[in-house]
Design a protein around this ligand. Sequence first.
Ligand code: GDG
Length: 724
Amino acid sequence: MSKTIIVSNRLPVSLQHKNGKFEFKPSAGGLATGLGSIYKEGENIWIGWPGNDVADENQRMEIVEELRKLKMAPVFLTKSDVELYYEGFSNETIWPAFHYFTQYINYENDYWEAYCRVNQKFCDAILESANDDDTIWVHDYQLLLLPMMLRNKLPKATIAFFQHIPFPSYEIIRMLPWRKEMLEGMVGSDLIGFHTYDDMRHFLSAVGRILGHSNESGFIQADNRLINVDAFPMGIDYDKFASAAASKKTLNHVKKFKEMLGDQKLLITIDRLDYSKGIPQRVKAFDQLLEDHPEYHGKVSMIMVVVPSRDRVKSYQALKEEIDTLVGSINSKFSTLNWVPVHYFYRSFPFNELSAFYTMSDIALVTPLRDGMNLVCKEFVASKSQKQGVLILSEMAGASKELVDAILVNPNDQEGVKNAIVEALSMDEEEQELRISSMQSSLKKYDIFQWVKVFMDRLKHVKERQTDLESKAMDNKIREQMVQAFKSASRPIVFLDYDGTLVGFKSRPQDAFPDEELKSLVKTLSESCQVVIISGRDKETLGKWFKGQKVDMIAEHGVWLKKKDQKEDWVLYADVDDSWKDDIRKVMEYYVLRTPGAFIEEKHHSLVWHYRKVESGLGDLRMRELFSHLKYMARGHNLQVLEGNMVLEIKRPDINKGRAALAMMRGEDYDFVMALGDDWTDEDTFKAMPKSAYTIRVGYTYTQANYNIKNPKEVRVLLNSLIS
Ligand code: GDG
């Protein structure tokens, strides 16, 4: 039976060493709870690093056994793996790059090698239990290469990836020497999820520019596999925080803490120690508040929890020192015998104490410089059962896209943050209730369980779309049937598109000439059937490339025809009315002048604006502008504007490959008809073919054709099987 495997760098457990034995306690974190509904079911399992370094084989066996009881399996990492892959490439290369801290990026080849090696270790561990019909959901930036490693071994498996941290602009990604491999690793997935739309569009742009895969509404077609990229803003276990806030345990803590603090307005801040969280900037803003507003002295305190994290990394040690100094300075400047401005804790707290902090605080100050989502702000809002409290939230946190009723601030704007605190301190109760209630209803609806469900539903949807496309894939049975029909036919005809069908794309169109293998294939094929080359190419090129071959040719999408036994030259099939060209050419020239790299190609019946050599992005932008400009003009001239592969073409609508193909067949009685093509111009051919024809579209995409085939290489194999 198929199963689901969750994979993350760390397993959601905490290790306890009791009476000389390892004991693992499952973590109560939001993600672990949300995914609990998955990995605890049936044969499902969670695979990851248990977080400790164990060299002894007996101890490892013991750990495997303990984890098995929790439905988990370990990937053991050595000390050097942890140093180079985890602390190194993950936290000193990817983390700073993806959070826009380029000054902290460490470009170490040793780190990269370890990253590849450890991703492979994860892959091997997964392959021990995974099958082709399983679903594997990989989490986060430590495992970017894993989806493709798994895809290579389990081509049919359902593989998903979710990234918990931001995905930065292409400008940052391009700085990393390993950018291509990292993206290739990710596109091994069927579904790739991010917290926000911005992350998703940055990823799509990087994939377009670096891997050359375009997308349509978040669907990428890479190596004939359909991949979906989408935004899934992660939620929290809302009910857990809401009910904890009203629980006896939490309320006892609140009572105790409040007695100690006296009558004060409280600001809460909670983060892992990290430069992305903007902790020093926040302390400085609070410092400025106390400088500018002495009336708050003795009346407002900040509770600042900094959870120790990555303290072996140099930049984190420096950050810790900076925070210590800033807090020391503010407290020494403003403290009185009965009031301390900042209560600073460099440690973590048990859940109910954390819940008490959220419950009793008037304001949460969540001001990261960059954050994938940020769950602390959501947990604060969920804990406000009295519907009183104000959230000040950084625009740079993914959560700000959803929590628009917070006071949104730019964390670099010290004055702005200070003013936001003043606004929060003086906000009336009615407004607080309005804002908190609105945020609560959203958080309640889009909680962690909903997040998991939406993600898994989407994954199912992508697989269904893939299956839809593959249902037209040409299998051996159909191939044999076709070969039989061809061999027993007395009057067969085969229509062959050229670019993308018989040959792959080249960056310079003139380089796509027929190779020797193709020439001899066409020659042999033309001895056993009527072959028609049907292309958008001009007649001169086709004529030159197929000179001496016994083939019929249709050039420029049906403007020109040439029969194999025809002595005279090309025949103009459609009468060409050129009167519209001057007006349109002028417009196209204007767009060429504004766009370095663009050029115009003139065909008998059409004008084509090419932008494959234009800076990526700019080309698309100009093409869109030109498209709407031409669409407007086309109406007056009764023309058709069509978007192609890096081209925009304007032509008469009545000229197309389908019409020309029909003309070629008129009056003849064919008993085998086959048409192969790879783009929208070939769809006209497919539509025009008789019902009994074998119509085949190259590439897995939606089509009017009866079948899909992978690529030009497969086309040649198929044609060879007709004549062998
Ligand atoms: C990454 C992304 C994204 C904190 N202190 C204590 C404690 N916590 C818990 C909080 C919260 C979690 O830790 C922190 O989560 P964040 O989302 O704020 O930040 P990261 O750790 O950086 O997480 C982030 C997240 O992944 C999920 O995708 O939102 O953007 O960076 O749940 O409650 N818990 C306890 N005691 C503490 O002292 N018990």
